[in-house]
Design a protein around this ligand. Sequence first.
Ligand SMILES: O=P(O)(O)OC[C@H]1O[C@H](O)[C@H](O)[C@@H](O)[C@@H]1O
Length: 515
Amino acid sequence: MITGLSRPHCDHTQAWQLLRQHRDGQFAGFDLRRAFQHEPARFETHSQQAPHVFADLSKNLVDEHARSLLLELARECMLERHRDLMFAGAPVNNTEGRAVKHWLLRVPRGASADPDAAEVHETLDAMLDCAASVRADEAITDVVNIGIGGSDLGPQMAVAALEAFAIPGKRFHFVSNVDGHELAAVLRTLRPASTLFLIASKTFTTLETMTNARSARAWFEAEGGRDVARHFVALTTNTQAAAEFGIRTTFGFRDWVGGRYSMWSSIGLPIAIAIGPENFRALLAGAHAMDRHFATAPLAANLPVRLGLLDIWNRNFLGQPSRSIAPYHSALRRLPAYLQQLEMESNGKRVDAQGRPLSVQTSPVLWGEPGTNGQHAYFQMLHQGTDTVPVEFIAVRQAAHGLPGHHAQLLANALAQAQALMQGRPDAGGHRDFPGNRPSSFFILDRLDPASLGAFIAMQEHRVFTSGSIWGIDSFDQWGVELGKVLAQDIVPRLATGEVQGLDASTAGLLARLR
Ligand SMILES: O=P(O)(O)OC[C@H]1O[C@H](O)[C@H](O)[C@@H](O)[C@@H]1O
């Protein structure tokens, strides 16, 4: 139960029933092409400027009436109250009894009365001082982040996205997998004296990360590395475990930062080393601007809310099982993977926050690749397959390179794909027929810089909050990752002994072949 807030199940509201009736009645047979003909202001009404991000939602299979019923749904589900509780520091992560305050990491100094605000700024200052000294240290040429999930995807995504701002002369590596091939391939390229290892783990117990950290330290010592304390830094809430590992420099954060919401905390150190303290503060400022927008803009003009409600419409009323992410910028190559964790780990739940089964579907499957690559691979299915998949195009107005011709081609392709999905092209049926009427959203950033990236990612976080809130689930736990971890620990010794007793026949048969 969310601190005194009792909310109805979304499908028990009046708005839900009206949305259903609308879908089956007046909305049935909706056609985007006709909608644009009949609504001269459709682009304006279905688009939204938010801090650093412009979003055109007009090419979605949605009409004005559905939009106003979705806003009604948000009211009936007490979305604003729930949002305000998060920003008030209430334990909205109720299954873990924790507050959800990643937004506090982005609040400017002195602008919050939250009791943890002072500590946030103390840690941020110390972490950015560390980033500055690593940047100034020419002896360090390689920074290796060892972490997984939220301790990997955010920093990896952001370091790639902001490569145009990265310090020259330093290389950044991200090792996440327990598969030794990954670490071994990175270590082959390194020398201990010029390497800084960042051991990033909220819990400092994650098997993959601890295995890689131990192997990295063993390699460091075996290769003649001296001064582990200087070459290993920990980013964690578990400072004691980091000290026991032998690490002297640790930057902490609190348990009210979820792993997939942690790139703004000390987990962001690799980003800060890459882009510098000032740019890291700009990243936080961009995210904070979006936080304020989410916290204060009326629901009808609130971009994360509009996106989250559209997600509900697409998933629960139009039955769309997935969403394709198409960033038309190669620096956003890790964005789909980052958003997969954000959406699917947050909202991939089948019970409500009180543990009661839900009777509605939740998280869609997210997938994607940068454009234009995806066009030459799976866009066939988007244009002519049997399923309707909303596509999210992300375009950046200004390029960060000077090669002539490329950027216009890139932008033209993004626009043309969205256009083609919607317009289609009739043919005499058969193979060359494009049915059209296929949905997409289109995001524009002016430049891919720290502030716009921060705002864009915060927008995604709050959009996930919005749909999770309507579904009534706890978007901030992840119990579903536990079972496999436990079973793996039962299997490890069996791989050595061959003992299969108690295993199902398939697992036993596979284990025998893998030994
Ligand atoms: O940062 P850590 O504690 O090492 O956790 C790393 C990751 O692993 C867990 O299994 C969770 O699924 C993720 O939410 C988390 O980000």
